[in-house]
Design a protein around this ligand. Sequence first.
Ligand code: GLC
Ligand code: CA
Length: 542
Amino acid sequence: MQQWWRDAVLYQIYPRSFADSNGDGIGDIPGITSRLDHIAALGVNGVWLSPFYPSPWADGGYDVADFRGVDPALGTLDDFDAMVRKAHKRRLKVMIDIVPNHTSEAHPWFQEALAAGPGSPARERYVFRDGRGENGEEPPTNWRSTFGGPAWSRTSDGQWYLHMFAPEQPDLNWDDDRVREEFRGILRFWADRGVDGFRIDVAYALVKDMDEPLRDLVPVEGGRFEDILANPDHPLLDRPGVHEVYRDWRRVLSEYDPPRATVAEVWLPSDRRVRYTRPDELDQAFNFEFLEARWDADTYRQVIDASLRDARSVSTVPTWVIGNHDVVRPVSVLSLPPGTDQRAWLLSDGREPEPDLALGERRARALALLKLALPGSAYIYQGEELGLPEVADLPADALEDPRWVNSGRTDKGRDGCRVPLPWNTGGPSFGFGSNGSWLPQPSWWGRYSVEAQADVPDSMLRLYQEVLTLRENCAVDEEVRWDRRLDQGPVLAFWRGGYVLVMVNTGEVPVPLPEGEVMVASVPLEGRTLPGNSAVWLHREP
Ligand code: GLC
Ligand code: CA
């Protein structure tokens, strides 16, 4: 049987910000169920839910206290089962997030480890070490947390524990068999409940080189631990041993019919990333080169060719993604002048950029036509279909992302793409719930709502619906065939399947359109030209 995910479009739900069913300002599982019609009407094949597990929410739920439950603020396991049932009725697959690199500090294992003290078996499930210095008062290494600050925190008995992320997220020790066994059980727990697949959080971390003496890292400007280019033999990332974990998981997931699917979060260069998706490991990995590519035809050509080539080399397909809950929303990215540091929302000279949102939106429409035409699977982050821009001016006291505090309040973090969705043009929290929202929504939010766009033929929402319907109805192979005559300079031109010619004009100057019937265009077309910053799908004989 054909693997269902090979050409699927998945819609990423960030549960806390999707829909609030009970007016406490927090999106929840019944809220998702109540809005499944929106997702089904969009024309996607399934959803991926970011974490909804019991959590102190120190990192948006990526600090899990119980891997087999639902946070009471988001609902119950029964609510979850009902949601899955109703999704399946609408022929939507359900994927969930698995967070195997760390737990919450509130997880019973970590509490047990703290209580049991140095040298205990309970501590072996995590990464505890004595510090350096005369009294062990210095951290064991110079490693930094990705959120800023040291990657080690000290306990009251003097030992230090490792956390690649926030101090509230202690790293697990994947050399301990109890950890491996626990995660097999977690996968089975959810697969038994009918979940169709898993997104694997920081899949390239897990296994670490903790052989003594521990190795310091070459410090990088900004001090982020991820810099694998400066540290190719990185003690925390992409260790050869991590692959055995996924071979083991594949055996577990293959016990199900159909086998449960997997998509990995691996922030590595493509050639190192594809090794996670070899036939006996995970199915897919997010294509972050495409996400990071800027509006430039040559960059897209290179990334598309390399993605297809690398995926093919391990018999999988690429994924096409332009946003998620960790990055600045694409409309805003595409509206910023080249050279802007998007994380800091600053120009290289330290000034705040002035985004040209009309341009960003126009390009985002064209990018949707590009990404949804490419062979493989695609991911849509909630709100992308509404063309939501980043909320760049959230008040400092509203920020919840641990990046903000751990960076010493220099990095505003990722809350700007996590603002609860606008469903209606007005009303309390714009239809998100009946009573406010956990992050403040801007006053202009209603303009982007589902209600405001549903009946407007040239809205972003209608464009996504239209393209997704067309995509569903036109067969595709797993190749991109560039059109030798039309694909040049700022214009991308390639064939999807036999009869669809896709053209994207990344330049400013209009170009002539070849023959063929216009199936969909990102802007209204006048005459036979494709204006700058726009895209079209043409139906025509090759
Ligand atoms: C992943 C998640 C991110 C989270 C981190 C730690 O990168 O996407 O949101 O903060 O892992 O779990
Ligand atoms: Ca709620």
